[in-house]
Design a protein around this ligand. Structure first.
Ligand code: URA
Length: 247
């Protein structure tokens, strides 16, 4: 993706156009390093208290079908009351790329599939920008149920849902995890570090050792299009990380 020759350069410009990044954006208009804007996706998160997980079925050995059935009948947290349906995850179950977002929104709750609304369209464009079709990746969320009015997930909801995501990660065995947004990145990495500081480098996902790259959430990028440039850098970092594994 370094874009040396004229063909590479043309491709790069096409990719940037797919992400609606203006190749001519002025440096002076670009915001500061990783400093978060107040009230934005990049803002500092409140402390995440430690919460005990309630007793529930062990899903750590389930196959895909049984796992999906377990998720669809889940009543472990209060979100089951207000959901239309659970949103399990979608895509290639043998994918190199695992994309993890926050939680279903209104569209996802109605359609039962992650990232199908406006943010999803931008996510598709981001994946396309690195030569990936949506169907080639596996896409899931930290939460399988929509929080009312798209509020942030509560720590106890994250704890209830985590075994499902952990099992999905074990089953997919991705070669790289792309955590999109503050909530996904902080919960996966178990940190309160702002997303502006988590992005731009390669992390290791807990004891799996799977490389994890964090980037901004597409919904945030829709509100702050100048940050797309950093998201593009993060995507390229993830591509390089995956490529380096094959060397
Ligand atoms: N935002 C997310 O984080 N996930 C979705 O599935 C949709 C929007």
């Amino acid at each position: 993706m370094s874009g040396q020759g004229p063909v590479d350069q043309r491709l790069r410009l096409q990719y940037l156009a797919a992400m609606e990044i203006q190749a001519w954006a002025l440096r002076s208009l670009e915001p500061d390093s990783g400093l978060p804007d107040a009230g934005s996706d990049a803002a500092v998160a409140p402390a995440l208290p430690v919460v005990e997980a309630p007793r529930r079925t062990d899903v750590s050995q389930l196959d895909w079908e049984s796992l999906q059935t377990a998720v669809s009948g889940c009543t472990s947290c209060e979100l089951h009351v207000s959901r239309t349906q659970t949103v399990f995850g979608v895509g290639n179950r043998d994918a190199d790329w695992l994309v993890i977002g926050e939680a279903p929104g209104k569209d996802e709750d109605l359609q039962g599939e992650p990232f199908v609304g406006r943010a999803g369209q931008l996510l598709n464009a981001m994946l396309q920008a690195i030569g990936l079709k949506r169907e080639q990746a596996y896409i899931a969320n930290i939460l399988k149920c929509r929080p009312p009015n798209n509020r942030d997930p509560k720590p106890e909801e994250v704890v209830c849902c985590e075994p499902y995501l952990m099992r999905q990660i074990e089953l997919v065995r991705p070669r790289v995890i792309l955590a999109v947004g503050r909530i996904a990145a902080q919960n996966l990495l178990k940190t309160e570090t702002p997303i502006g500081k988590l992005r731009g480098r390669v992390h290791s996902f807990r004891d799996t050792g799977i490389p994890l790259v964090a980037t901004y959430h597409p919904a945030y990028l829709l509100r702050s299009p100048l940050e797309k440039r950093k998201a593009w850098q993060d995507l390229q970092l993830a591509v390089r990380t995956l490529r380096d594994q094959s060397l």
